[in-house]
Structures are given as structure tokens and as C-alpha cells.
Design a binder for this molecule. Structure first.
Ligand code: GYE
Length: 335
């Protein structure tokens, strides 16, 4: 907490402080984000409460590492909570952070809806909130200071545009199955939307089945098995992340089909295992989504704590990879 002093005040000062506290009945850990103490804190440290989605994917692991490393590099005290992909756990964590009077709260909302009440509680407690990675659908934008993360609609669109280009000579129907991310999450909603918009350019491209694999390998494998059983002709798989695509590889191979040849596979993220599958010819295309949000998040935490203005939206820069590009990029891929 920022009020924990690293130097010792004199006994006289302590006595005066104690008397003042007794008189007012205030807690010793009172938070103040304005005035002279803003940005300094008694031990000079900002405390950041961060509620993470979970550990569902390679992307998430890299994101957690980035946040922990960046916090320690920036001298920010991080209170980290893993919500195990459950909104109720995130709400609990945020309430705990409010109670502990952290200086800044950041979180990556597991789903888009249902945040207004707890965000209002943070606002009333005068604790600034930063959204990282995923957005909320709250109409009241004053409930958070900024949203740092990718443009998921664009990722879906880039995936779809690549497919449109690949299949432009197709004379008959191209059957697509889609593995969606966590139901109700911003990346699942937005990637689905962007992809559908892009493939609308060619009426031959048809999504014949679409279901959630919850962004996990196990989910991807299980749902792909069902897709394969129910649909004799699958030409393309669009998976909302690498991990579900990697899980699906097992199901495809077990069904006697060759991934990357019999079934064209497009994913999102570009984590190391996904890039390896792409370089090996098992995947065909990846739209990148960068998990390295830690350093920017720490910068923003400092700024909002100091009461500085920050842009309402900060977009992550990213690219796309073909098999050839993955071979080139892989040796330097950090995550
Ligand atoms: O694509 C997926 C992860 O929210 C962008 O969550 C993130 C997504 C990422 O589980 O792998």
C-alpha cells in the first residue's frame, strides 16, 4: 500500500497521527488519488490490482508473464488474481482490490457484459480502472479510464480476407467450421463478426458449423471431433485462437485427414506453438494478436494514478503470418 512508509517518523509525529486517526475514526490505509500525495505514496510505490482471465491459452500465459515482468521493472506493486475464466471470481477480486484500497485496478474482462455495478463501486471509491486486452459493453464510458488491447474485429476480418483471396477460384461451396472463443467474450464476438463480414464477399464461402471451444486446446479438440462426425465435407477451419486450432489438429489427424492440406486452418494469436504448426504446414494462416501488454499497462497505471489524461482507446499493433513468414519469424519468437 502506498501509505506504508519506508522511513520512520519521529515518536511525536506518530503520536499526533495516532490522535488524529482516533479522532476521525478513519482507517490508516485511506486512499487519496488527488492532491499532494498523488503519484508519490509514502513508499513511492503504486499498487496495481490486476484480475486476469485465467490460464486458458499460450496467449494468456505470455500476457501474464508480460504483466508481472513489466510491473517489477516499473517498480509497481502488483496484486495479481487469476479468475479461472469465471466472471464471479473477477467481480470478487475487484471488490477485494477496492477494499484493500489499491491505487489502480486493471482487468481483462472474461465476458463483455455485466460489469456496471462493480465498476461503479470502483468509481465511487475513486480508484481508476484500466481495461486490458478485452472490452466491456458498458454504456457509461466514465466507468473506466482507458482500454488497451487489440482490434479483434480487424483480426477476424484479416483472417476472412486471406481466405477470400485463397478461394477466389472456387467454383462450388467451401464448407467452413468455426471454433469460437469463450461465449460472450469480446474476442469471440468480434472475431466472429469480422470474419463473417469479410467472407460475405464470396457467397461460396459458407460457415456450416460454429461453436465455442472456450479458447482451450481440450475444447478445440472436443468440438472439432463433433464437427468431423457431423459433417463429411469440411474444407476450412477458422479457430478464434491457436490453442483451439492445436487441439483440433489431433481430432483432424485421428479422423484420417491431413491438417493444412485436406482442411485449411486459420487461427488467431501467433504464439510459439501456433507459429510452429504454421511453419510445419499444419496451419495455413494466422492473424496476430499480441499479448505483450505489460509495459504499456504500467505506463498507463502511472499516468491515471497521477491524474493525467490518457487516450480512451489504445490499440495494439499487429500483423499476419503465412507459412513462409512463420518460418522466418519463428527463431526470434519470444512467446
Ligand atoms: O486470443 C486467446 C485468449 O483475449 C485476446 O484470449 C485474448 C484471447 C486470446 O485465451 O488465446
Amino acid at each position: 500500500m502506498k501509505r506504508m512508509r519506508t522511513y520512520l517518523p519521529s515518536r511525536k509525529v506518530i503520536a499526533v497521527l495516532a490522535a488524529a486517526l482516533l479522532a476521525t475514526g478513519t482507517a490508516a490505509c485511506g486512499n487519496s488519488d488527488t492532491g499532494d500525495n498523488a503519484g508519490k505514496g509514502d513508499d513511492g510505490k503504486i499498487t496495481l490490482g490486476f484480475s486476469q482471465v485465467g490460464a486458458e491459452s499460450g496467449w494468456r500465459t505470455a500476457n501474464t508473464t508480460s504483466i508481472k515482468e513489466a510491473a517489477s521493472a516499473a517498480g509497481i506493486e502488483l496484486k495479481f488474481d487469476d479468475a479461472q475464466q469465471k466472471q464471479e471470481n473477477q467481480i470478487k477480486a475487484i471488490r477485494n482490490f477496492i477494499q484493500q484500497k489499491v491505487d489502480v485496478i486493471a482487468f481483462s474482462p472474461v465476458v463483455e457484459s455485466g460489469w456496471d455495478t462493480v465498476l461503479k463501486e470502483a468509481k465511487d471509491a475513486k480508484i481508476p480502472v484500466i481495461l486490458t486486452d478485452r472490452a466491456v459493453d458498458s454504456a457509461d464510458k466514465s466507468l473506466y479510464k482507458t482500454f488497451l488491447g487489440s482490434d479483434f474485429v480487424k483480426e477476424g476480418r484479416l483472417a476472412g480476407e486471406w481466405l477470400v483471396e485463397q478461394k477466389k477460384a472456387a467454383s462450388g461451396p467451401v464448407n467452413i467450421v468455426e471454433l469460437q472463443g469463450t461465449t460472450g467474450s469480446a474476442p469471440a464476438n468480434d472475431r466472429k463478426k469480422g470474419f463473417a463480414e469479410a467472407i460475405a464477399a464470396n457467397p461460396n464461402l459458407k460457415i456450416i458449423a460454429s461453436q465455442s471451444g472456450d479458447f482451450t486446446r481440450a475444447g478445440g479438440k472436443q468440438v472439432m471431433e463433433q464437427f468431423l462426425k457431423a459433417n463429411p465435407k469440411i474444407d476450412v477451419l477458422f479457430a478464434h485462437n491457436d490453442d483451439m486450432g492445436l487441439g483440433a489438429l489431433e481430432a483432424i489427424t485421428a479422423a484420417g485427414k491431413v491438417p493444412g492440406k485436406d482442411i485449411t486452418i486459420i487461427t488467431v494469436d501467433a504464439v510459439k506453438d501456433g507459429m510452429q504448426a504454421l511453419a510445419d504446414g499444419k496451419f495455413n494462416f494466422i492473424a496476430e494478436c499480441s499479448p505483450l501488454l505489460g509495459p504499456q499497462l504500467m505506463e498507463l497505471a502511472k499516468k491515471v494514478h497521477n491524474g493525467e489524461e490518457v487516450p480512451a482507446r489504445i490499440e495494439t499493433e499487429e500483423t499476419t503470418f503465412t507459412q513462409e513468414q512463420a518460418k522466418e519469424a519463428l527463431p526470434n519468437r519470444k512467446y
